[in-house]
Design a protein around this ligand. Structure first.
Ligand SMILES: Cc1cc2nc3c(=O)[nH]c(=O)nc-3n(C[C@H](O)[C@H](O)[C@H](O)COP(=O)(O)O)c2cc1C
Length: 265
């Protein structure tokens, strides 16, 4: 900590401080603390890695003085410089020749909020969690891109995407072939769980493989007896697969549906 900074650590709170330090050092998320004058008082190793800087060189400097932050917009610069502004922002930096997308989440610490720190009454510290979301945004761009949609749409099979993070895994996308196979329009099925296609047969044997795959977050396959909107029966050869985001978390399941002519198991 530079000389101009007050010594905020209380002597009898060394354990809490040691635990916080250990956690800051090992955290995957980048953490940066700015003082009331918007100068850096702490950057953890993850933040140094994401921003491509040496933490010591940044001490007592504004975060916006980073060479890699040259791409910060005026809005981001003003938000970083406003000691009491909390919330989240997206920002971009250039690290080497690579463009990095960041998610910045700020919260403000004031007097009395952390036991181990004697934060003076007038002071506020802005804690900024920094996450590299480059791969996540790229994946989202691909899913939303026209060419990606065209590939799903041109596929000669039904495609359903369900959101694995929401209760009961609602459908968030179906392709035109699904609409043709089932007779339901996209608007009629979005937000519902696919089980409605089973109509009067919600206990058919093939479902156990699908339930196991969903519970164990793996691929699954089954032949299912499904019903179109007009009530006619069709045999649906269903493959499901989990989809992970850049952090390895399963966010969606994709289902591919083929019309089968032989009877369902
Ligand atoms: C991506 C995805 C697509 C699915 N597509 C179908 C489908 O086309 N027909 C069907 O009967 N069930 C389908 N299911 C299975 C049901 O949504 C549900 O998981 C299954 O009925 C077992 O759950 P339950 O016991 O709660 O009903 C699909 C599941 C997922 C995750």
């Amino acid at each position: 900590m530079p000389d101009s900074q007050p010594n905020l650590l209380r002597p009898n709170d060394k354990l809490e401080h040691a635990l916080i330090s250990a956690w800051l050092d090992s955290a995957d998320v980048g953490l940066c603390v700015l003082d009331s004058a918007s100068k850096v008082v702490m950057l953890n190793p993850a933040a140094c890695g994401i921003l491509g800087v040496d933490g010591l060189h940044m001490l007592n400097q504004p975060l916006t003085s980073l060479a890699s932050a040259a791409r910060f917009s005026l809005g981001i610069t003003q938000w970083l410089d406003a000691p009491c502004d909390e919330g989240s922002r997206h920002a971009s930096i250039t690290r080497g020749n690579i463009e990095i997308d960041l998610l910045l989440k700020a919260s403000v610490l004031t007097a009395g909020m952390v036991q181990a720190l004697d934060i003076p009454n007038h002071a506020a510290f802005k804690v900024i969690a920094i996450t590299d979301v480059t791969e996540l945004l790229e994946a989202q761009r691909q899913v939303n891109s026209e060419s990606f949609r065209r590939q799903w749409q041109a596929l000669n099979a039904g495609v359903v995407i369900s959101d694995a993070r929401l209760p009961d895994m609602p459908i968030v996308y179906v392709n035109p072939m699904f609409e043709t196979m089932s007779g339901y329009s996209s608007a009629e099925v979005l937000g519902r769980n696919c089980r409605f296609l089973q109509g009067v047969e919600p206990d058919q044997p093939g479902l156990s493989a699908i339930r196991t795959a969903i519970a164990s977050r793996t691929n699954g396959y089954a032949k299912l007896r499904n019903y179109r909107k007009d009530g006619s029966l069709f045999v649906n050869e269903l493959f499901i697969s989990p989809v992970k985001d850049a952090q390895g978390e399963i966010t969606h399941f994709v289902g591919i549906q083929h019309l089968e002519t032989s009877p369902a198991a």
